[in-house]
Structures are given as structure tokens and as C-alpha cells.
Write a protein that binds this ligand. Sequence first.
Ligand code: AVI
Length: 319
Amino acid sequence: RPAATPAVEFIDLAARDESFEEAFLAGMSRRDKAVPCRFLYDARGSALFDEICTLPEYYPTRTETRLLKARAGEIAAAAGPHAALVELGSGSSVKTRILLDRLDRPGAYMPVDVSRQHLRAAAARIAADYPGLRVVALCADYAAPFDLPHTEGRRIGFFPGSTIGNLSRAEAKALLGAWRVRLGPGGLMLVGVDLKKNPAMLEAAYDDAAGVTEAFIKNILARANAELRGDFDLARFDYEARWNPEAGRVEMHLVARGAQRARAGGRVFSFADGERIHVENSHKYGLEEFAALARAAGFSSKARYTDEGRLFSLHLLEA
Ligand code: AVI
């Protein structure tokens, strides 16, 4: 008898696909040119990001994975039986599986992602490998308002990878506040948060020797060339990753080498020599600083875990 294809419930709540063209042209028309980092993740950008996660300089992925493995038992005990695991993003199934393997008869797995393609693939993989687990794929922007479907048991939100660091501190607080309400009373939220540390280590993590991060950031211009009939000369932009101690973040810029012009979307953009395009921020926190931010968003901080080197942290929050 052929094996039945595991069913994935698919709930489509995404209003519309956000336009790269609109966002790119608006960002490049600003006096301080900038492009929102969520557009880094086209197919090539996602592949480059996966490669970043394996780089020797990029400690967050392996440190968080180790921490999760060490703490999954405690986290599962806090969640109790039949908990519904809600993942913000449908990303690394490796980390998801560490939790699913330890949760006591999990009631559901619900990935939330705007990318239909990633969402369907990630949900199908989990459904195939965890027979009997209810898998509900929610196509939605996890930062936008929407309701979670009803599930039995406690809800546990999972936001790994320090993706929260790509938001400003104010945006991070607003996102946590919205998820506190969405998870409901007693709901838990597990957030991976990268920590402040020596600037040389931070800058190396975002400017690796093999140049993968540079290619990842420059991919935003490659994407404009491919999708918006652009003619950016990638070789005439330098990549720079710089720790900004006042803002508590690594800032990633492309810097024009020489005055130049480039076309995209039927428009012409001029660059002075040394003019910058701000592509991404990666905010870093102190352990206490993040716990305080979570409390300001209405959560109580149940536990925080960190590695021996205090490189990365996991925060277990209760709604
Ligand atoms: C996805 N996010 C948490 C990564 C980070 O560390 O901020 C994105 C990244 N950008 C360059 N390297 C990694």
C-alpha cells in the first residue's frame, strides 16, 4: 500500500506580495540611500545565507544549535504536554526538530512565513518526518496582525537565529508585544538573541574571509539588475560591516568606489564617491538588556540561557 501523503493545512493570510521594485526605488531615492534587508532573501540570497551559517566566523548558528540541544529538555518541560510550536519564519528545520524531538506529544507545528514556497517545503518536510503531528502552515507576515488558529495545549512561539536583531529595538518590542497577545495567557516564546561582544569578533562575523557575506549583501544590487533591468556595476561597490557602539548594532553598507550612475526600474541613480547604501542592521543585546525589552513588551522572563563564551542567548518568555 503506498504511504499516504501527510496532510499539511495551509492557511493563506498574506495580503499581497510586497513589491521589491517599489521598496528598492523608494529606498534608493532617499537622501541616505537604503534598501530593506528583507529583500536580501531571493533564491540566491537564501542560498548565500545558508552558506553564511556554516562559516567559521559566523558563530551564531552553531552556538544557538548547541544551546538548543543542551536546553531542549528544560524548554520542553516548561511547555508541558500537547504544546503547539509556532515558528516565526519557516527557516532552519534543524533547530525546529531539536525542539519537536523533545516536546511531549506536541499538539501542532505551525510555521509562519510570507514566502509560500519556503513555507510549503518546510511544512511538508516536517509533516513527512513527524507522522501524526498536526502541521498548519500559515502564510502571513509574522510582523502583521493576524490570529492563530485554535489549538489545544500551550502555545510556544519560536523565533530563532537572532532574526529579531534585524529589527530596530522599537520594532523588536512592538513585535514581541503583538506576539504576547497572540500566544495567549500562559503562552511561551523562545527567542534566539545574539549578544554584544568584542567588536573585532562581531565585524569578522559580518565580513568573512571567503567573501560570502559580501556576496550576500551585494546580491541586493544583483537582484535589482536581474529584476528591475538594472545596470549596477557590483565591482564598483565596496562592502563594509561596521560595529556602531551607540546604536548597539553591526551596520552593513555598500560604498560607491568612485562617482557613478546606475539604472534600475527605468530610473537613474547617481552616487558620489564614497556614497553609501545602507542594506542591513544586526542589533546585539546584553542579556539583561533583552530581558528588560521583553518585560517592556509585557512578557515575564522565565529563563535565559547562554553559552560559556557568552556569545549567544536563548530567552524563554512567558506571556
Ligand atoms: C538573519 N539574520 C539574523 C542574520 C544576522 O546575523 O543578522 C543576517 C545576516 N546578515 C549578514 N550575515 C548574516
